[in-house]
Design a protein around this ligand. Sequence first.
Ligand code: AMP
Length: 214
Amino acid sequence: MEAIILLGGPGAGKGTLADFLKTQKGYLHISTGDMLRAAVKSGSEVGLEAKTCMEAGELVSDALILKIIKNRVAQEPAEAKFMFDGFPRTLEQAEGLHSLFAEIGGTISHVFNLDADRDILIRRLAARRTCRTCGAIYHVINMPPKVEGICDVDGGELYQRPDDSEETILNRLEVYAKQTAPLIGYYRAREIIHDLDAGGSADNTDQQALAIFV
Ligand code: AMP
């Protein structure tokens, strides 16, 4: 079992890069944010537990996230190639993933660190629109859908995530700096991290990532 990790603040472009690498490299896109949003929508127990934290831009508990990941990984065959987007987000989760992979014989081959300035992240998140059904991501100016408000992929309704409101964005950036940014050092020490300049276009980030696989 092999995995790559997309690391970066909210709005850095993890989901957009994930869509590209899924098509180009055949990775399975595992977004804990998408999984949690689906759980909230379905009203499941996991959803009920996660909802309040998500709305406030806080992280949900490490125990819950690690449970979700373990269950998800167990559904795939040994040759699966995972792409984790938005996971791990704390040192505790990184250690949990490490233990899980030690148990099942998994390897983390690359960690992509998507780096962009704070003001770029804020502007991007405010302009982000997401498909309610498939989770596809748009930017109202730089990456608009063909028809306003409608997803190109499946015709779903585009909406602004409630946690993309200005106040919550600022909290999410703070949470990232405090709880997730330390993972950069954690993976740098393991020599599997690749820094990407994620401040430009999506295509620019895609090409930097692709070049690392060659
Ligand atoms: P995202 O779609 O990755 O921006 O995640 C949206 C929200 O889901 C986050 O602000 C957190 O509340 C929650 N979340 C997603 N992934 C994780 C994770 N790995 N650990 C804790 N909370 C998470």
